[in-house]
Ligand binder design. Sequence first.
Ligand SMILES: N[C@@H](CCC[C@H](N)C(=O)O)C(=O)O
Length: 293
Amino acid sequence: MTTLSFTKGHGTGNDFVLLTDPEGAIDLTPELVRFLCDRRFGIGADGVIRAVRSRALPEGETILEQEPEAEWFMDYWNADGTVAEMCGNGIRVYTHYLIAEGLVAPKSNDTLPLGTRAGVRDVLVGASGYTVDLGRWRLGKERLVAASGLDVARPGLGIEVGNPHVVAVLADEAELDGLNLEVQPSFEPTPAAGANAEFVVPAEPLLHNGIAHIRMRVFERGVGETLSCGTGAAASALAFRHWGGEQMPNSWSVEVPGGRLAVRMFATEEGEHVSLSGPAELVYSGEIEVPAF
Ligand SMILES: N[C@@H](CCC[C@H](N)C(=O)O)C(=O)O
C-alpha cells in the first residue's frame, strides 16, 4: 500500500481528483486512475488531473518548445483510465488548484499558459473567475447519433476543440429530458478515436440581450453521462451557430445539469478562437491508501 494526497474539485459538477506530482514521480496507470475515480471503492470522479511540470513528461517537452513559459502541464485522465487531449472544466479547476497550492502566483488579469495534450492553452485569471482560450476550433464530419430514448438517429455535427465532439440538436426539452444516457450513444460512421456526444435544445427565448441560450446534456468519451463538459459546451455553441446562420451571435450561455457556462467566439490573426468561462471549486483534500495493482 502507498498513500496518495489528493484534492477533490469540480467545475459545474464535472468532478476531478487532483494530484500534485511536480517531477512525475507517481506511477499513474489506467488501473490507479480507475481506482481513484471509482465512486464506491475509491474517491469518485469523472477524471484525474495530475499537476506535473511540463519538463517531467515527454508530451510536456514538446509544449515547452512551443511556449517556454508553460511550466505546468495538465495531465488529464478520463475515469476509465484513458487520457484525453483537453478538458475545459478541468483546466479552470486545475488553474484554481495550482494557485491554491502555491505552485503559481498570477496577478489578477494575468494569463497563465498551461500545457495540455491538445497544445498550449492560455487561462485568463480574472477577478471573478477563469476564462480559457480553447484555441482554434475545427469543423469535423457529419455523423448520425443514436441514443436510448430517441425514436430515430439524429444528424450530428463533428466539432474539434482540442478533443472530439459530435453535437445533435433535439426537437424540444421533453426529448432532451427523455434521453437515457446510462446507455452509451453510438455514431454512424464511428469515429476512430471515439467522441463525446452532446445533445442540445434552444432555451426559451433563444436570444436575450445579444446572448444565445441553449441547454445541453452530454455523454463523455471515457466517462459516461456527466453533469457538465466545458469543451462540449463550446462545441455545442459552435454547432448551433453553424446551423443557425448569420443571425447567430458570438456570445453563448450553455445550461448544463451542473450549472451554466459562457462561451465566446472571437477573431484572432490565425483565425477564429473560442473561449470558455465558468466556476471552479475545490471541495476537500485528503489521503488515500492505494493498493498494489
Ligand atoms: N469534461 C471535459 C472533457 C474531458 C475529456 C473527454 N471526456 C474526452 O475524452 O475528450 C471538459 O470539461 O471539457
